[in-house]
Design a protein around this ligand. Structure first.
Ligand SMILES: Cc1cc2nc3c(=O)[nH]c(=O)nc-3n(C[C@H](O)[C@H](O)[C@H](O)COP(=O)(O)O)c2cc1C
Length: 168
């Protein structure tokens, strides 16, 4: 198993240490390297490090509080102009968000996926905080920062989930 896959965990506490710009760029490069249906790359990213906007985003729902302590967050957004096949963009942005998490781990950063789509109220709050036009659909937020918490490996392997040839 790849080390970053093994070591990635959702980390929700951060210290006050700035994330270097070159690391942010590496994360965004990995995000855009994700597979997508018809190679549509239907994503846009808003990198937020403004304290006031981070605070607004942290109030989008009860499990987004950690955003206000993060050094930055990346909001992953779908661009309707590039939704070539109905529903596929959701899978594309899932793969993209996972790439962000894995690259954060690779860069020695703590991160956590915060759900946005498909909850209408949450999407509206993110849309308002970022001033997004209708054509852009907020999908997820990844909070990012340095942390003193260790990524503890938890073995999630479960043999019972594996089925051979047909479901018995
Ligand atoms: C679609 C999705 C939405 C999630 N939403 C949130 C969230 O809103 N807030 C949060 O703190 N964690 C969120 N998580 C993180 C999960 O809680 C976490 O991945 C899960 O508990 C397993 O822990 P691990 O990531 O450390 O392996 C989300 C994860 C996914 C994949």
């Amino acid at each position: 198993m790849l080390e970053v896959i093994k070591n990635r965990r959702s980390i929700r506490t951060y210290i006050e240490k700035e994330v270097e710009e070159d690391k942010v760029m590496e994360i965004l490069k990995s995000a855009m390297q994700a597979p997508s249906s018809k190679n549509s790359s239907p994503w846009e990213f808003v990198v937020v490090d403004d304290k006031e906007i981070l605070s607004k985003l942290s109030n989008t729902h009860h499990k987004s509080k950690q955003i206000k302590d993060a050094n930055l967050c990346i909001v992953v957004i779908g661009n309707k102009e590039r939704f070539f096949k109905p529903g596929k963009w959701i899978h594309d942005l899932g793969a993209c968000t996972q790439n962000i998490l894995l690259e954060c781990t690779n860069q020695g950063l703590a991160s956590c996926w915060i759900g946005v789509h498909p909850k209408r109220k949450v999407m509206d709050r993110v849309r308002a905080a970022l001033n997004l036009p209708e054509i852009l659909i907020p999908y997820s937020i990844v909070s990012i920062g340095y942390s003193e918490e260790k990524n503890e490996f938890i073995d999630k392997f479960d043999e019972n989930k594996i089925h051979r040839n047909r479901f018995e």
